[in-house]
Design a protein. Structure first.
Length: 190
């Protein structure tokens, strides 16, 4: 009787271990703790990249995207699909608009995260960037931004996004230049 109990116990233990291993390796199974960690990571990446008090903001904004390959970015009724185009849009925005913002501050509003797998998630957020214009007038750029993130080689990067500006965020003289993609970036509000 004892060997039978040991065999049943061994089979039960093996099944439990197999179940745990499957849960750990199945990309579609994501624990609540992992979902929270992914959500926190993505929010932190955006917040850090948009710390406009740090040097080289255009490079930090671009760091949210893959180093190569296709990146789909929809902003202000336009769509771009090439990373090089996105990089040019971010740099252009920063030269035309961003560098003229005095004391800009990125404010993260409501955030919504849907973790699809361990390596894919959608983050939608509301943001604002209060600042002062060169003329000394208070102004705020704001909007909503939805990003599809993919983790590759341990790094989370935006592979697709849609940016929607708040109508009030276009100030006289900036209306055509205030695209700030990922809260502010490419062909968006960068």
């Amino acid at each position: 009787m004892r060997p039978l109990i040991h065999r049943l116990f061994a089979v039960g233990a093996a099944a439990a271990v197999l179940s745990m291993l499957t849960a750990c390796t199945d990309p579609l199974r994501v624990s609540a703790a992992d979902r929270r960690a992914i959500a926190d990571t993505l929010s932190a990446l955006v917040t850090d990249a948009y710390d406009l008090s740090k040097p080289d903001p255009a490079a930090r904004l671009l760091s949210l995207y893959p180093d190569s390959g296709r990146v789909i970015s929809a902003v202000a009724g336009r769509v771009s699909t090439a990373r090089d185009t996105l990089a040019a849009e971010i740099a252009g925005f920063w030269q035309r608009v961003g560098r003229n913002m005095q004391n800009p501050r990125f404010v993260l509003g409501s955030t919504y995260v849907d973790v699809i797998t361990r390596d894919a998630a959608v983050l939608t957020l509301v943001y604002s960037i209060p600042h002062t214009t060169p003329q000394g007038t208070p102004h705020t750029v704001s909007g909503a931004w939805t990003m599809l993130w993919r983790r590759e080689n341990g790094r989370w990067r935006i592979v697709q996004e849609h940016l929607s500006d708040t109508p009030e965020s276009t100030a006289p003289g900036l209306a055509s230049e205030v695209p700030f993609a990922a809260p502010p970036p490419p062909s968006h509000q960068h």
